[in-house]
Design a protein around this ligand. Sequence first.
Ligand code: FAD
Length: 408
Amino acid sequence: MSSIVIVGAGECGGRAALQLRERGFDGSISLVGTETLAPYERPPLSKDGIVAAAGPKFIMDLAGYDDRGIDLKLGTSAVAIDRQTKSVALSNGEKLAYDRLLLATGARPRPLPDTFGTSPRVMSLRTHADAMRINAHLGGGKRIVIIGGGFIGLELAAVARGLGATVTVIEGLPRILSRGVPHEIAAAVAARHYSAGVEIVCDSRLESISPTDRDVLVQMAGERTIEADLVVVGIGSIPNVELAEKAGLAVENGIRVDDRLRTSDPDIFAAGDCCSFPIKHYEGRRVRLESWRSAQEHGMLAAANLLGAEEPLAAVPWFWSDQFDLTLQVAGLADPSSHSVKRDLGNGAFIIFQLDDAGRLLAASGIGPGNSIARDIRLAEMLIASGKAVDAASLALPDIKLKSLLAA
Ligand SMILES: Cc1cc2nc3c(=O)[nH]c(=O)nc-3n(C[C@H](O)[C@H](O)[C@H](O)COP(=O)(O)OP(=O)(O)OC[C@H]3O[C@@H](n4cnc5c(N)ncnc54)[C@H](O)[C@@H]3O)c2cc1C
């Protein structure tokens, strides 16, 4: 094999390119990215980094790619894949031949329906460029409305409030974070936001967003109108699957891959936020994750399998979020219908464990200041991976070390 093309120069694509060289691949590697920046970390964009003048946190500086002979094609999109000739057409007219291809195209923010129109004061947050645009509207005295009580919107709410803005979060469902964490955790997050002065309005329907000369008017069902300097829409993401779809690859809530990250074409792999994959720890259920660590793990595994390693996915999903002084972590896939047990760690920190009927741990979701929950969540991850039944009563008792349950 002499040439590998990677489409998508984000967390996953960048890690994959570097890992290919780590594994000794000496053929050509092209890393194609729509954004003009080399791969960088997205998590800081909704945390303190949104105000960092230091610029993006790069995975590797440009010289590092150069030293490794990785051809970065930035500010360029892949527009078509020809599976017969095994080549990728780029927006700059170039064609890249591949022996193996990795699609790491990520996801993009879900927009509001077209009926809401557009305005330069209505934005979403995915890229460094988005963060810089939002940054220009943050600060004391500003009025920010965030549509959607998901992780990114709430992180941004915390940062904006910390900078002195008036912040209102509008959520359509009865509670925030309904996708992904148990209600006790969501309630703790909401309480922290309330105490900092963030207004969260749940069960609320957005009627219209109308720009005026000075700001925007956000009209909600039930007559309430909020004047805002900035509206940030955080209502989820859509996987970037169009390139794969056009090439006739199977797509199912993301580019469909097997547990080796291989698509329906044996020479094309997909990884990171753009793909859906069967997850071993949950009876092969197909999932698509939007998680920094998962994107990294996929990138590393994709590199191995592009080179023929045939290694299966084995990681337990893991996600974190920072809001004010709290860190939230989730290991596994939270399932609201499962039996749950609370472990109180004191000082406001606690973990909700969710178990299946056989007593196996499905998920552990924790929240607390600083690093207070990190160790237990790491052990919970190992318990989930082990697939063994756990004594639920012991999980509730902080004096019983999770390590001992793992060893039992
Ligand atoms: C603001 C923000 C905060 C986050 N915070 C957290 C967090 O706290 N914890 C956590 O676990 N996760 C977090 N995440 C999620 C995490 O950053 C993503 O899961 C991760 O970046 C996914 O990596 P990826 O490489 O699959 O996709 P991306 O990072 O989206 O990279 C995909 C790249 O492919 C490019 N691309 C798409 N189509 C083409 C094409 N046709 N041709 C060329 N290039 C193309 C895109 O422009 C993009 O640059 C956050 C994400 C955001 C946006």
